[in-house]
Design a protein around this ligand. Structure first.
Ligand code: SAH
Ligand code: MG
Length: 202
């Protein structure tokens, strides 16, 4: 498994595929190991790297559904995942995540958002009804290369993404049903724990 992950890291580096980096990986792995989820939804498969990290650190009976827009990447992911012992636990769905989410109707105890950065709030709203009581939503790259928390103006081409990520952080940190922590590790991760339906609103 370590060898396979290493091989994937090299592939990602050579082809500029933005898989979770070393520091982000540490946070993601720790949260998965703490939560031990059984049913996971991932938005943004890329080559299947984070899906394998999740599979490895979850409950033994874990099932992961992962969504990817690029057919080429989904195929690469399938090939890599088939080399692992988790082949049967990961289901890749090809298409635009926003559309695929409208077709899904399951309960997930952990949801990892890591696809189109301008769409995070849209994804969040769509996955909310599918999140299990006390489930967790993790969003990657929320600090986007340091621009999100910087006073300086981001380059023009990133303006919308940065504004939307700020909006995402704002929403999840003030949401009455969630306790959210922003980790600065890697490219920034927002970890939002659902407080549970029966919790007293403070
Ligand atoms: N989670 C992966 C990295 C994902 S990179 C890991 O850490 O290993 C983001 C991925 O989201 C890319 O592969 C990109 O093709 C995909 N993506 C971008 N827009 C999307 C969309 N609208 N629907 C589904 N996937 C999308
Ligand atoms: Mg990412």
């Amino acid at each position: 498994m370590e060898q396979l992950l290493k091989k994937m890291e090299i592939y990602a580096q050579e082809r500029h595929v933005p898989i979770i980096n070393e520091n982000g990986k540490a946070v993601l792995t720790k949260i998965i190991a703490d939560e031990k989820p059984h049913n996971v939804l991932e938005i943004g498969t890329a080559i299947g790297y984070s899906a394998l990290l999740i599979a490895k650190n979850s409950a033994d009976d874990v099932h992961i559904t992962t969504l990817e827009l690029s057919e080429e990447r989904a195929n690469v992911a399938r090939t890599f995942i088939n080399e692992s012992e988790y082949a049967k636990k990961v289901k890749i769905m090809l298409g635009d995540a926003a559309e695929l989410l409208d077709q899904l109707d399951d309960r997930y105890d952990l949801i990892f958002i890591d696809a189109a950065k301008g769409q995070y709030l849209n994804y969040f709203n769509k996955v909310l009804p599918m999140l299990a009581d006390k489930g967790v939503i993790i969003a990657d790259n929320v600090l986007f290369r340091g621009y999100v928390q910087s006073e300086e103006k981001p380059p023009r081409r990133y303006k919308t993404i940065v504004a939307r990520l700020r909006e995402y952080i704002e929403t999840v940190t003030h949401h009455a049903e969630f306790d959210t922590t922003i980790y600065e590790n890697g490219d920034g991760l927002a970890v939002s724990h659902h407080r549970g339906k029966n919790i007293e609103k403070t």
